[in-house]
Design a protein around this ligand. Structure first.
Ligand code: ARG
Length: 702
């Protein structure tokens, strides 16, 4: 017996599965046998008592989970951080544990109310006492880690739990003697896994598989070179023995029904004191504010969700809820993350949602002068489609040429500064680039109460996009096209060859003829098949009237290309009377500019197709400028390309038979985008019909 090691346990006198606060308890209410539980607990007690000392705390009626003493608090030396349970079902245990700790002469720290921390269930000392591993994500709030670090004077390494089944750190993570670590990596996010790998060398990491994880092999009590657990596979036992551990299995199945096993049933009360106290936790915090229709638009939910998904945690410090539908709300939120890197990632996304720093914490944007043309510093800020402002010398200035995936360049110095979105490849020596996330804000209209796109598109989530829904969107689009044409607006169409294959060519040609389209973007293929159809009546060799393949049709598109090459260009083919109808014919006739961007698979290509990709991108970007609306018709590649160049505020309608394409475009989080999952030929025919109706509608006489 090692008399210097002591544990606290609590007899299962009142043990029972009485409620559900973790997934293991589900379906197990009143399903555990008290008799067997007592027997199993006794087994564990004796196993431990033969190797260490065991103290007992008196069980209390009405608090069935009190057996799990790991959750009483966290002890280091004679200091204890008392648990603050997340669930009311366990909060009543707190005073009993507190009493016990005080009776032992410990100094007891209590966390502020509403800052959950579940003791040694979520905080495990490195067995050499070098640092404390602390879990968060389910029961314990990240912000508690900072206080624990400060009070106990120990470095805290925060680990983000991701799998609900492993809701406490001690269910999937067990530091062992000699620096070994028994753990289940999939229970953690990537960042936490990286942290673990940084601190624990590969030969000391014992990663277990799911079968061992779900029988709570990690929920083990480690006493010197003995590991006591519910059960382990032969493989795991072999591994542990090979590195010098004795494995003792003692069945605890009755406690598994409540989501606990060996380690949960014990609290080690003698923890080695850290030789040189530090109080670091690596946790960084920032306070942001948000304003607008935060609830209507779902903006706060999204902000808070992404903080948590990004591995951070939040505290809403203030929330002023607008009282009327038309009034806006404002929120002040403290965001914490376990390190600067994660904080930066979270901030980048919060900025896109319109989050700003508190007025007295505003800073200028950080600028770094680049030293290699076409290359930015690693922490450059990457731009989005949203109108953005940067703070230079105390002034907020609007970023010009807003687009996605660019960098913001500020020139020249001081007062008359100008900020511009540039592509990485266009960066020139001496350009000053915005880095980090200080002094950047995206400008969201305060009146915007549109829902997040996920919801807007949820009609597709259900797997059925009702015909009526398509009709409704067609009506809206037609209305918009009419309005823009009448007001001299700009509509840009991005189209794929499927438009022609599905018989939509004639409709698109008509839209162009009637002045609804001001620019056309696409690849080589849409032009080739449009021209093939105009010259030979087929699209990719399929007769457009009969719908059947034509003999020799496979070379029709090549003949079309050849003809245009002979003429010199599409425009010349029109001038020479060779090309007399179709989409591109109408473009030439009505001087609607078009850009064709080449790709690796292009046949020909047509003389008009720009095979220099950088030039093609520039052509696209030029034609997109000033657009009020972009109609994306069945082309994933060109639609996404165009989408990236388009700032927020431009209406986008994306039509594709493949829901994934539509969702991808909606991903830009643009509030103005609409997705239609349907056959593009059908869509265009409905659209043209609807426009006919609009034009023919008699004026209402009152
Ligand atoms: N039913 C208890 C709860 O959900 C089980 C606690 C297990 N304890 C532990 N340290 N993992 O809180």
């Amino acid at each position: 017996m090692t008399s210097s090691i002591r544990f606290l346990m609590c007899s299962p006198h009142y043990y029972e599965v009485d409620y559900v606060i973790n997934p293991w308890m589900e379906g197990n209410i009143h399903r555990s046998s008290l008799e067997r539980a007592q027997e199993q607990w006794q087994g564990l007690y004796e196993t431990i008592a033969s190797r260490a000392e065991v103290d007992l705390v008196k069980p209390q009626p009405g608090w069935p989970d009190m057996v799990f003493t790991a959750n009483a608090g966290l002890i280091l030396g004679n200091q204890v951080v008392l648990s603050r349970f997340l669930h009311p079902e366990r909060q009543g245990e707190e005073p009993f544990f507190k009493e016990w700790f005080e009776a032992q002469g410990h100094t007891v720290y209590t966390l502020p109310a509403d800052l959950p921390f579940e003791g040694a269930g979520d905080a495990l000392l490195d067995r050499e006492g070098r640092w404390l591993w602390a879990g968060y994500g389910f029961r314990t709030e990240l912000d508690s880690h900072a206080l624990v670090a400060q009070w106990l004077g120990i470095e805290v390494l925060s680990l983000h739990l991701m799998d609900e089944r492993f809701y406490h750190l001690d269910t999937c993570f067990c530091p062992l003697t000699d620096g070994y670590l028994l753990y289940y990596p999939p229970a953690f996010d990537a960042y936490s896994n990286r942290l673990i790998e940084l601190r624990v060398p590969a030969e000391k990491r014992i990663a277990i598989d799911e079968p061992d994880a779900v029988t709570f092999a990690c929920n083990a009590v480690n006493i010197n070179h003995t590991v006591i657990m519910n059960q382990a596979s032969d493989g795991l036992k072999g591994h542990l023995r090979a590195v010098g551990f004795e494995v003792v299995e003692t069945p605890l199945t009755e406690f598994l029904k409540a989501g606990g096993a060996a380690k949960c049933l014990t609290l080690r009360v003698t923890e080695p004191l850290h030789p040189e106290p530090t109080g670091e936790s690596g946790i960084v915090s920032r306070t942001i504010t948000m304003k607008g229709h935060l609830l209507d638009s779902g903006l706060v939910n999204r902000a808070l969700d992404l903080v948590v998904e990004g591995g951070g945690s939040f505290q809403v410090l203030k929330f002023d809820l607008g009282e009327q539908r038309q009034s806006t709300s404002s929120a002040e939120i403290r965001v914490s993350a376990p390190g600067q890197e994660l904080m930066d990632e979270i901030m980048a996304q919060l900025i896109n949602l319109g989050a700003v720093a508190l007025p007295d914490q505003e800073q200028d944007a950080r600028l770094v002068t680049i030293t290699q043309a076409g290359v930015a510093p690693d922490d450059f800020y990457s731009s989005t489609i949203y109108p953005t402002e940067v703070r230079v010398a105390g002034e907020w200035i609007r970023v010009q040429n807003q687009r996605m995936d660019g960098v913001v360049v500020v020139s020249p110095a001081a007062s008359a500064a100008v900020a511009d979105c540039k592509l990485l490849r266009d960066l020139q020596l001496g350009d000053r680039v915005v880095v980090g996330y200080d002094g950047i804000r995206s400008v969201r209209s305060a009146t915007d109460r549109s829902r997040a796109p996920q919801e807007e598109f949820s009609f597709m989530g259900s797997g059925v996009s009702s015909e009526r829904r398509v009709e409704l969107i067609v009506e809206q689009v037609a209305w918009e096209l009419r309005r823009l044409r009448d007001q001299g607006g700009k509509v840009t169409v991005v189209a794929g060859p499927v438009v022609i294959h599905t018989g939509g060519g004639a409709h698109l040609a008509r839209l162009i003829r009637e002045g609804y389209v001001q620019a056309l973007l696409g690849g080589n293929a849409i032009a080739v098949h449009d021209i093939e159809q105009a010259l030979l009546g087929t699209s990719l060799g399929v007769d457009m009237k009969q719908g059947t393949s034509v003999r020799g049709g496979h070379r029709h598109h090549l003949r079309a290309i050849n003809t245009i090459r002979r003429c010199g260009s599409i425009a010349q083919a029109v001038d020479q009377g060779v090309l007399t109808k179709g989409v591109f014919y109408e473009c030439v006739r009505h001087t609607v500019p078009f850009a064709l961007a080449g790709s690796i698979r292009d046949d020909g290509p047509l003389p008009d197709t720009q095979m220099d990709l950088l030039r093609a991108q520039a052509d696209y970007s030029r034609l997109i400028q000033g657009s009020d609306m972009i109609l994306m018709l069945s082309t994933m590649l060109h639609a996404i390309g165009a989408g990236n160049m388009t700032p927020a505020g431009v209406k986008m309608v994306c039509v594709d038979i493949n829901p994934a394409v539509v969702t991808k475009l909606a991903d830009r989080g643009s509030l103005e985008s609409m997705g239609v999952v349907t056959d593009v030929g059908l869509f265009l025919s409905l659209l043209v019909n609807q426009l006919n109706l609009l034009t023919q509608r008699p004026t209402v006489v009152s």
